[in-house]
Design a protein around this ligand. Structure first.
Ligand code: SF4
Length: 338
């Protein structure tokens, strides 16, 4: 059997010698093919376009057919706590629908939403340049195979692309983190809940009091439109774009994980309890449970600005995440793999 060859600064090492060189010097050698040719970009990385595409198709299928455990538990708890008959009937129908979607691996809602990906990319991870194209192909493939309703429309011609892709869609949010792993999250974002997302430039002098009023007003105004019970993501500070970005990211935090800052966690609980006294109820038919949770994220703000954003997520709070390790192995973080 041919031993692998390693190249470092024009010096070629063979087999164990190469591995030892790497560990002693704490460097990464370039792997050579047995015929001494340099490996191609894809061969150097165990993370290939095909692997990323396959993983993203699996994550999309998981996200649209199976809610993450924290959302399922919150819906079950909502059913137990709901006091109105109409609200309980709606929650029962939602829970049955969720169970059926999971059993038959069919989408839990006809609205595909807009396909969004979040990537936490280790700065030393390989294959990052392969993601954009692979995720586009995965979206097209998932549209055919799951199947997903085509939802990407040109805003000027009104023409539907037919495969859930288009200009900037699927949208990819990149975040650089230390290390070599890559965390990929799919987030098919429903249109009904998107339509009521709200941005406000509040009065700085009103502080948290003004913020609470802004959130309650947004939920009251939204009424039944965002298919409640909702998850409310709140982003505060930064600037107009930053607060909305934070509000959206807040929707990705599991419902059983309050903000690590105890003061903000307290505020999340207080607003959650207040919103569940409004009476909009499941699917807006009246009842106790209007929201499943409130997640708040913040950035520091300009002294003269108080930007705040409220992002809505519907009961079909679809998301799925997996981690790709440097050796190419994959861990599913929100679901059991299919
Ligand atoms: S907002 Fe959510 S639940 Fe309502 S139709 Fe869209 S995806 Fe479905």
């Amino acid at each position: 059997m041919k031993k692998p060859l390693f190249k470092l600064d024009e010096q070629v090492y063979e087999g164990v010698h190469g591995e030892l060189t790497e560990s002693i010097l704490n460097v990464k050698c370039i792997r050579l093919k047995p015929n001494n040719m340099l490996l191609t970009r894809e061969e150097k990385s165990v993370i290939t376009s095909e692997k990323i595409e396959d993983l993203a198709v699996k994550l999309l299928k998981l996200a649209v057919t199976e809610l993450p455990p924290d959302v399922k538990n919150a819906l079950k708890r909502a059913y137990e706590e709901e006091t109105s008959e109409a609200g309980k009937t709606q929650l029962q129908a939602i829970l049955e629908n969720v169970e059926y979607a999971e059993k038959t691996r069919t989408p839990m809602c006809q609205d595909t939403g807009t396909i969004i990906f979040y990537i936490k990319a280790g700065v030393n991870a390989k294959g990052l340049d392969l993601f954009e194209e692979a995720l586009r192909k995965a979206t097209q493939r998932a549209t055919r195979e799951v199947p997903l309703r085509p939802n990407a429309v040109n805003p000027f011609t009104q023409k539907n692309s037919g495969d859930n892709t288009g200009r900037f869609i699927p949208f990819i949010h990149w975040k650089l983190v230390p290390g070599e792993t890559i965390e990929l999250t799919v987030f098919p974002k429903g249109g009904g809940s998107e339509n009521v997302c709200t941005l406000g430039m509040l009065v700085p002098g009103e502080g948290v009091k003004g913020l609470k009023r802004f959130i309650v007003d947004a939920v009251v105004k939204a009424g039944s439109k965002p298919c409640p019970p909702n998850i409310i993501g709140v982003g505060v500070g930064g600037g107009a774009d930053i607060s909305m970005k934070l509000a959206k990211e807040a929707l990705l935090r599991p419902l059983d994980q309050p903000n690590p800052d105890p003061e903000i966690a307290k505020l999340e609980k207080e607003i959650y309890e207040a919103l569940n006294t409004i009476g909009i109820g499941p699917m807006g038919l009246g009842g106790k449970i209007t929201v499943l949770g409130v997640n708040i994220e913040y950035a520091h703000r300009h002294p003269a600005s108080y930007p705040a954003a409220v992002a809505f997520q519907c009961w079909a709070a679809r998301r799925a995440t997996a981690r790709i390790n440097p050796d190419g192995s994959v861990e599913f973080l929100t679901h059991k793999p299919i």
